[in-house]
Design a protein around this ligand. Structure first.
Ligand code: HEM
Length: 344
């Protein structure tokens, strides 16, 4: 068989140990696929979405209920975005729990982390575009957190929402960030990240002399496995889209009647939960930034994994980094569950 374009994205053969599901979980590749689904479904939605406060909520209803297959496209876009956050978080954990951030992959760890942040920002800006009563926490409390930043807070808030209170300028800005600004940077980061995986010698393994398994697989086999992962992801997306449609609520008609006590989007429930503890700057801005700083510093401040221990889960040499990440992840999951419990 002659290699096609997709085969040529990979080297002719790679060590079989680099392509084990149980090692990579296929999470990086699945994240790439989800980004492609987002790009295609988002472009289709743009033909019908109207980015003005009067029309936005109504145009989402038109897409959902009137446009042929519009509901399916919107649900696929919604679920790919949610899965992208989950799959990138799983990928991040696999990188840390296998010590794969060891140089020369340290820079790619940072590129990946930046991609993760962009996946969250894209989700948040897309969520605002619904402009219905379900997004009030994000629009009111979420954006007001910026105001709590000392000295620059008020100016940053005005830059973010385009005025002193949410309105047409806010929607225009979030739309521009969502469909172009953030998207463009995320696309560049994703291509760079994938290029660096290959440039750094593929998925992390011990040096050749220390490898026990010398077997190699061809790029045909690799692409076959990638297609299988894509089909499974596609099946999951379609099942979720059919049985659990994306949320929709009544369009926002009057900006002054917004109530701030509504629920945060699920990926910020942990922040909403912490805000109950007091100072919004400490709990809503500083603590999330500290979490990001710790994740950024993992390859720099904790004992490094040793090369001979690469290619498997939980190497002894990088235990501290694993424990720190496990603690952060457990706390975030716990706070998310608490934040998601029904208010009595
Ligand atoms: C949207 C987000 C992301 C996409 C699309 C993505 C994509 C990929 C792909 C396709 C691979 C190769 C296959 C694999 O390891 O599964 C990979 C590897 C890698 N990624 Fe990501 N990634 C993302 C987020 C992240 C995050 C959050 C981190 C860590 C902070 C990260 C760090 C790495 C590293 C260090 C490698 C090399 C792994 C190794 O050599 O074992 N990536 N990524």
């Amino acid at each position: 068989m002659r290699p096609n374009f997709f085969h040529h994205l990979h080297p002719p053969t790679i060590p079989a140990a680099q392509a084990r599901w149980r090692y990579t979980l296929g999470a990086g590749g699945t994240a790439v696929f989800l980004m492609l689904v987002l790009l295609v479904t988002g472009t289709i939605e743009m033909f019908y979405y109207v980015a003005t406060p009067e029309e936005a909520g109504l145009s989402i209803q038109t897409i959902t209920y009137l446009v042929p297959f519009g509901g399916l496209i919107r649900n696929l876009h919604f679920w790919s975005a949610q899965l992208l956050i989950i799959v990138s978080a799983v990928h991040l954990m696999r990188i840390v729990f296998t010590g794969a951030y060891l140089p020369p992959r340290r820079f790619n760890y940072l590129l990946g982390l930046a991609l993760f942040v962009f996946a969250i920002l894209l989700n948040f800006t897309g969520y605002i575009l619904r402009w219905d009563t379900g997004i009030q926490w994000a629009l009111v409390v979420g954006t007001n957190l910026v105001k709590t930043i000392p000295i620059f807070g008020n100016d940053l808030y005005r830059i973010l929402i385009g005025g002193t209170q949410p309105g047409l300028a806010t929607l225009t800005r979030f739309y521009a960030w969502h469909i172009f600004g953030l998207m463009l940077i995320a696309a560049i980061l994703a291509v760079w990240h994938a290029f660096r995986v290959r440039r750094d010698g593929g998925i992390a393994l011990p040096p050749p002399a220390l490898r026990t398994n010398k077997e190699r697989i061809s790029r045909f086999e690799l692409v076959r496995r990638e297609v299988l992962a894509m089909l499974l992801t596609d099946a999951a997306l379609i099942i979720l889209s059919v049985f659990s449609p994306a949320p929709i609520a009544a369009p926002i008609t009057e900006i002054t009647t917004l109530v701030p006590d509504a629920r945060a989007p699920w990926f910020f429930l942990w922040v909403q939960q912490m805000l109950k503890w007091g100072d919004p700057f400490i709990w809503g801005v500083l603590v999330p930034l500290m979490v990001l700083a710790i994740l950024t510093l993992i390859p720099y401040i904790f004992p490094k994994p040793i090369e001979g221990e690469l290619g498997r889960w939980f190497p002894r040499s990088s235990r501290i980094a694993q424990i720190v990440l496990a603690m952060i992840a457990s706390l975030i999951i716990l706070l998310t569950i608490l934040g998601g419990l029904p208010v009595l």
